[in-house]
Design a protein around this ligand. Structure first.
Ligand code: ADP
Length: 214
């Protein structure tokens, strides 16, 4: 199963991608995580990427494509993957298509996870993450506290400040939303309502994917 989760920041792509990866037994590949990893390790690429991320802008395609190509060439991605946060513009979608064609693979489906902007701003400004297990929790913006699983102090992502959230949403509408029409034209798109409990949304996505595959 090879599929993409497409949607605005805060639509729940990351959370659902983890669940679906487990369900379909494929790796979860998130370019945001790959980028945060190279930023944390202060590699050359990471140093270039950081300023774009802090401003809520897209990191240049060549950086993201290089990270993605390396990740997808690992053996565990051979049988499938769930892509989260990639592609984010038409150039990246074209590059992915070319890349998959070269190795004789194709995408099964592209899921468009749909959530209204107002709800997104509310969700992201109350998103707290555990530095150890990566789980995220919904708490008031000034609450914080510790991870109920690991006991670690929860943190807020530096790009989850209200002004950066707005910027990321604008970038989504300008650059990523055109991919909805792009994949619709290719007959690959499935629309899923992203408002509901985590279990409800997971079931909706899984059902839509099974239908797209058969
Ligand atoms: P979200 O979907 O909540 O914005 P991500 O973790 O997917 O979170 O992305 C965080 C940041 O990483 C983005 O704002 C952007 O700067 C960068 N990024 C992630 N994926 C890509 C990509 N495919 N192309 C360009 N930049 C990316």
């Amino acid at each position: 199963m090879r599929f993409i989760l497409l949607g605005p920041p805060g639509a729940g792509k990351g959370t659902q991608a983890v669940r679906l990866a487990e369900r379909f037994n494929v790796p979860h590949v998130a370019t945001g995580d790959l980028l945060r990893f190279v930023v944390e390790w202060e590699t050359d690429i990471g140093q270039r990427a950081k300023s774009y991320m802090d401003d809520g802008e897209l990191v240049p395609d060549e950086i993201v494509l290089e990270l993605l190509r390396t990740r997808l060439s690992r053996g565990d991605a051979n049988e499938g993957f769930v892509l989260d946060g990639f592609p984010r513009n038409v150039a990246q979608a074209d590059a992915l298509e070319e890349n998959l064609q070269e190795i004789g693979h194709k995408l099964d489906a592209v899921v468009s996870l749909e959530v209204p902007d107002d709800l997104i701003v509310q969700r992201l400004s109350s998103r707290w993450s555990c530095p150890t297990c990566g789980r995220t929790f919904n708490r008031p913006p000034d609450a914080g506290g510790n991870c109920p699983v690991d006991g670690m102090k929860l943190f807020q992502r530096s790009d989850d400040r209200p002004e950066v959230i707005r910027k990321r949403l604008n970038v989504f509408h300008a650059q990523t939303a055109p991919l909805i029409a792009y994949y619709e034209q290719r007959g690959m798109l499935v629309h899923v309502d992203g408002v509901g409990t985590l279990d409800e949304v997971e079931e909706r996505i899984a059902k839509a994917m099974e239908a797209a595959k058969s």
